[in-house]
Design a protein around this ligand. Structure first.
Ligand code: FPP
Length: 250
């Protein structure tokens, strides 16, 4: 308890250092290290995912209170189907539970949306996704995008196909293909991501928001996602605010 108080006091001090006028508009989170977190404790990998999913709720609420407008969390990649069936099933079950939890970000101003290819997900999951989107549509402070069956390369291929169809149909000319034209064919009109947080000691993007991360800043740490705290999030924002973003300029 004393430790908890100490930690929150420390976080209060860190939070007070944040410049509210220079917050990242969009933060991406690669929720990595759930499996290792579980293994260290002799638990099944699914237990790590469960604690990781709960932590996403905590961090999203905290980020929303701080004033972050967009968060995208990588919940299931197009490559995650390669995992053992047992783990894939556990992740899908967890997703269903998460979406059915009526307390999902309740009392907060967080809208839930999804990016990724929904076509191969079960009807049940797709229904719950629609419901979560509809029920949270009126919330305006923060949008949480859950990336499910998402792959950045697949997203770009899909956009290219849509554009090719428009050219074929004579709706646009090849010269009309611009950054905006490609951007508007992506899964959803999501703003470019300013900061990507990847815990667990891995230093890669893993097919996450490839188009949208052209000028992202990155923040890595060795902490496994279930152990990632509000204090770590605050530190990531402070570090971001000390970066000099030039977007190719000088
Ligand atoms: C990476 O950790 C994590 C994932 C592949 C899935 C992330 C999913 C969740 C946090 C839960 C589902 C989310 C919601 C919102 C219901 P890893 O399994 O690769 O960990 P490891 O690298 O330590 O093995």
């Amino acid at each position: 308890m004393i430790f908890h108080l100490f930690k929150s006091k420390k976080n209060e001090k860190l939070i007070s250092e944040i410049d509210k006028n220079n917050l990242p508009n969009h933060v991406g989170i690669i929720m990595d290290g759930n499996g290792r977190w579980a293994k260290k404790r002799g638990l099944p990998r699914s237990a790590g995912h469960r604690v990781g999913a709960a932590n996403l709720k905590t961090i999203t609420e905290f980020a929303s209170d701080m004033g972050i407008r967009y968060i995208t969390a990588y919940a299931f990649s197009t490559e995650n189907w390669k995992r053992p069936k047992e783990e894939v099933d556990a992740l899908m079950e967890l997703l269903l539970e998460y979406l059915r939890d009526k307390k999902l970000l309740e009392g907060n101003q967080v809208r839930v949306k999804f990016i990724g290819d929904r076509s191969v997900l079960t009807d049940e999951i797709r229904r719950e996704m629609d419901t979560a989107e509809e029920e949270s549509a009126h919330r305006t402070r923060t949008t949480l995008y859950l990336a499910i069956n998402y792959g950045g390369q697949q997203e770009i291929v899909n956009a290219v196909k849509n554009i090719a169809k428009k050219v074929e149909a004579g709706q646009i000319n090849i010269d009309d293909i611009s950054l905006d034209a490609v951007g508007s064919e992506l899964y959803t009109e999501i703003p470019d991501v300013d900061l990507i947080i990847r815990p667990s000691g891995e230093y890669r993007l893993s097919n996450f928001l490839l188009w949208q991360s052209a000028y992202s800043e990155f923040w890595f740490s060795n902490i496994n996602w279930p152990d990632f705290t509000k204090e770590d999030f605050t530190q990531a924002i402070l570090d971001y605010q000390n970066r000099n973003r030039r977007f190719g300029g000088v």
